[in-house]
Design a binder for this molecule. Structure first.
Ligand code: ZN
Length: 191
């Protein structure tokens, strides 16, 4: 399990953490776990998500297990800097849907001493790196890749196989449209 390494008392260093993985790997649950602990310690935090992801509820980041935390939906990454004032923790869920500007936003906040936590899909349903995620992974101090369990064979899964017919890269949905598969089972599918 990821354990934060807080800076020595008196110093406030910013840093960037990433939680990435496939669908059903527990990314959002992990993000929420980190935020809840910060919240319990009375650290001021902001949670953002892109406007594109409006499943379940507009205002909340909702994991598949039903744990919720209030999130602000923003149209682009730059908007995050206009909302931030002095919060110590800034989290961004579904980071793969943001523009490349999210990289600069994360760097800017970390430079100001903020702990930045991003969660997102590392690959799209074709197994291709998703949006700004490769760059985000490069600039982060801490990267956690979480895995789902392959529904076909029970091995660790890292691919989000799309069971629906649609071909757009962005197709928001849960169980009815995707299933987690390991590399071997994914390679046996037509995708
Ligand atoms: Zn498998």
């Amino acid at each position: 399990m990821f354990l934060e390494q807080f800076p020595t008392e008196g110093r406030q260093n910013g840093w960037i953490e990433v939680v990435c993985g496939s669908m059903f790997s527990g990314k959002t649950e992990e993000l929420i776990r980190r935020l809840r602990r910060a919240q319990f310690a009375n650290q001021k935090l902001l949670l953002f998500k892109p406007l594109v992801d409006n499943r379940y509820h507009e205002e909340n980041v909702v994991s598949h297990q039903g744990t919720t935390l209030k999130a602000q939906a923003v149209e682009n990454a730059a908007e995050i800097l206009t909302i931030w004032t002095n919060e110590r923790v800034v989290a961004i869920d579904e980071a793969q849907f943001f523009d490349d500007g999210v990289v600069e936003v994360a760097n800017t906040l970390a430079k100001k001493g903020v702990r930045v936590i991003l969660a997102g899909l590392d690959m799209d349903y074709l197994g291709v790196p998703f949006g700004p995620m490769p760059k985000i992974l490069c600039i982060a101090e801490y990267v956690t890749k979480v895995h789902a369990i392959c529904v076909s064979c029970g091995n660790l899964a890292q691919f989000s196989h799309r069971t629906a017919e649609e071909k757009d890269q962005v197709l928001v949905g849960a169980t009815e449209k995707y299933m987690p598969l390991c590399r071997s089972c994914y390679n046996k599918t037509a995708h």
